[in-house]
Ligand binder design. Structure first.
Ligand code: ZN
Length: 259
């Protein structure tokens, strides 16, 4: 199928590899997964493997997600950038995992999706210890947050040099207040995955509110149509500089990864 041409490098910071069952069943295997991203014009994509658990996940679930992510990294080194999972009830294991993966080139933790993997509150003692190590190693964390963004505040305040990416702008006034919130903390960022970008003008408003350096391109593919997100950024009234920052430069600056 024809590839969509996008005149920018696009790094999607919010995908979930190995999650092949979007509800319309059009992404059912690895080949389609990566082919669709490339076809949309994505140059590289980053994110965590997630696994839905009914109660609390245990360490073997985290290991499974991270091993799977690292396996994709091995097979798609020029395209996939792994994000790893951690667990508040397994602090020692999580810290060992972060150190091991950091030595293998990993610079991204998340998206952490607590409602899905039940790995503990972000401000819990265990998670704060884990985030302290992320700060020391210069890892960026990407946190799913449903409604009340202030649950992230203890993390932002305790570790002012830790880069914290909040996932999903949300809709209408929700997006406004979330971007306003992010603009107050020098170490807070927002990825534009999921709900929000379909509201025309949200991104122009967000750049005016926070500055172009605070916003990262993300889609939540394969749960969303990644091409729609790219075209959403292209169509908003932004300068090329602003588009470059959102599409790739902010991600590269935060992670220290090469162009
Ligand atoms: Zn997600």
């Amino acid at each position: 199928m024809e590839k969509f041409s996008v005149p920018f490098e696009v790094i999607d910071c919010h995908i979930h590899p190995h999650y092949y069952t979007n509800c319309f069943g059009v992404v059912n295997d690895e080949e389609t997964f990566f082919d669709d991203l490339r076809r949309a014009g994505v140059s590289r994509a980053c994110g965590s493997v997630i696994k839905k658990v009914e109660f609390e996940s245990d360490w073997s679930d985290i290991e499974y997600c991270n091993n799977t992510a690292m396996d994709y990294f091995k097979r798609y080194p020029d395209f996939y950038i792994p994000g790893i999972q951690v667990h508040a009830s397994y602090v020692e294991e999580s810290c060992r995992e972060i150190e091991k993966r950091h030595a293998q080139g990993v610079r991204w933790v998340g998206e952490l999706v607590n409602y899905c993997m039940r790995t503990g509150r972000y401000a819990s003692r265990g998670m704060m210890q884990i985030f302290e190590l992320c700060r020391d190693l210069g890892m960026t964390i990407d946190l799913h947050n449903d409604k009340d963004i202030s649950e992230i505040e203890p993390v932002l305040k305790a570790f002012p040099t830790l880069n914290v990416v909040v996932a999903h702008p949300h809709d209408f006034d929700g997006a406004k207040s979330r971007f306003e919130y992010v603009s107050k903390f020098p170490n807070a960022y927002m990825d534009i995955a999921g709900n929000g970008l379909q509201r025309y003008g949200m991104l122009r408003w967000a750049v005016d509110c926070c500055g172009q350096d605070k916003i990262l391109f993300g889609s939540d593919y394969p749960l969303t149509n990644v091409s729609m997100y790219i075209q959403g950024v292209m169509y908003e009234r932004l300068t090329d500089d602003e588009r470059r920052a959102i599409f790739s430069e902010n991600f590269l600056r935060l992670t220290g990864l090469n162009k």
